[in-house]
Design a protein. Structure first.
Length: 305
C-alpha cells in the first residue's frame, strides 16, 4: 500500500450466522479525497463502516489505516479518525458546548476548550454554543455531530448518511461543510444511498449491492454517459412503454408502480414527447432522473430489452 492510501480493505467479509452482510470487499481511499460509498439501504454500508471503526470484527479479510493493520494497532489508529454514524445523539437539556465537553472527556479527562471552540466555529455554531440542544433544528444537530467528529483533529472523517432527514437548507449546509473540510486537507469517507448527493461532492466512489462491490472509480468517469434517465408521467404507461421500446433511439424503458422511466439521449426528449402526443397519450410530467437504483440497473445491464 502506497503512502497516499489512507484506508484500504482487502477481501473484507462479515457474516452473521447464515447471512453474509459484506463479502470480499476491496476498497482504496486516497489521502485528501472525498470518497463516496454508495449503496441502497441494506447493502452492507453500515456494516462496513462499523468494521472500519472497530465496532464489530470482520469474519475475514483485512483493514489497513494509515498503512497499518487495524487489528494490531486499533487504539492508536482509531484516535486518528472521527465519525458521525447515523443521527447524532445529544443531551437535549444541555448546551452544545457542554455536550462536546462530555464527549471529549471520553478520551481526555481535561478537554481542550480551545479545540471545542475551534470545531464549533468550523460548523458555524460558535454563536449558539451556549444554547440548549432542544432549541436546535435537525440541521444544526447534524452539524454539531460533525463538530463532535472533528474533535482531536482527526485525519480521516467517516460520515454515515449525514444528510438523512434534513430539509433542503440543511442538506445544502452539510454539503458546503463537507467540501470546506476537504479543502482543509481532511480525507472524507461519505456513505450515502443518494447518487446525486455523492455526485455533488465526491471525486471518487464505490458502489456496493448485497454486500459486494459493483464498481469503484472516479465519479465523473463512472457517470459520464451520453444517455440520461427520465421519469415520464403519462396515462397508460404500459402501452406507452411498448411504443417506445420499438424505437431504436430508446436505450431502455421500464414501468414501476405506474411510473415510466426512459433511458435516452437528452436531445431525443422532444422526439419522444412528439411521438407520445401524436399517438394520443397524455403527458403530465417529464423529469430527469438519475437515482442510484437506475444507475445500478444500467451497470448490471438490467431492464434492457
Amino acid at each position: 500500500m502506497d503512502n497516499h492510501t489512507i484506508l484500504y480493505t482487502s477481501h473484507l467479509t462479515k457474516r452473521f450466522k447464515t447471512v453474509t452482510a459484506v463479502e470480499d470487499l476491496n476498497l482504496r481511499i486516497s489521502r485528501g479525497d472525498i470518497f463516496g460509498f454508495l449503496g441502497p439501504n441494506g447493502s452492507g454500508k453500515s456494516t462496513t463502516i462499523r468494521m472500519i471503526l472497530g465496532l464489530i470484527k470482520p469474519t475475514d479479510g483485512e483493514i489497513r489505516l494509515f498503512d497499518r493493520s487495524l487489528k494490531h494497532n486499533r487504539k492508536n489508529l482509531l484516535s486518528r479518525i472521527g465519525a458521525l454514524v447515523e443521527k447524532p445523539s445529544f443531551y437535549n437539556y444541555l448546551s452544545a458546548r457542554r455536550n462536546l465537553e462530555i464527549f471529549a472527556t471520553l478520551t481526555n479527562p481535561n478537554p481542550d476548550h480551545q479545540d471545542i471552540d475551534r470545531v464549533l466555529d468550523i460548523v458555524s455554531l460558535l454563536d449558539r454554543a451556549g444554547d440548549k440542544i432542544k432549541t436546535y433544528s435537525q440541521g444544526m444537530k447534524q452539524r454539531l455531530g460533525v463538530a463532535q467528529a472533528l474533535l482531536g483533529k482527526p485525519e480521516l472523517i467517516i460520515l454515515d448518511e449525514p444528510t438523512a432527514g434534513l430539509d433542503p437548507k440543511g442538506i445544502k449546509e452539510i454539503r458546503r461543510l463537507i467540501i470546506q473540510l476537504a479543502g482543509q486537507g481532511l480525507t472524507i469517507f461519505l456513505s450515502s444511498h443518494i447518487l446525486y448527493e455523492v455526485e455533488q461532492m465526491c471525486r471518487n466512489m464505490a458502489i456496493i449491492n448485497k454486500g459486494s462491490l459493483v464498481v469503484q472509480g472516479g465519479v465523473e468517469e463512472l457517470l459520464n454517459t451520453e444517455e440520461e434517465i427520465f421519469s415520464v408521467k403519462v396515462d397508460r404507461p404500459d402501452q406507452a412503454a411498448d411504443l417506445l421500446k420499438s424505437k431504436a433511439w430508446v436505450e431502455s424503458v421500464q414501468v414501476r408502480s405506474g411510473e415510466m422511466t426512459v433511458e435516452i439521449k437528452e436531445e431525443k426528449v422532444p422526439l419522444m414527447t412528439e411521438l407520445l402526443v401524436q399517438q394520443g397519450f397524455q403527458i403530465f410530467a417529464i423529469q430527469a432522473k438519475r437515482s442510484l437504483e437506475d444507475y445500478f440497473l444500467s451497470l448490471l445491464g438490467a431492464g434492457h430489452d
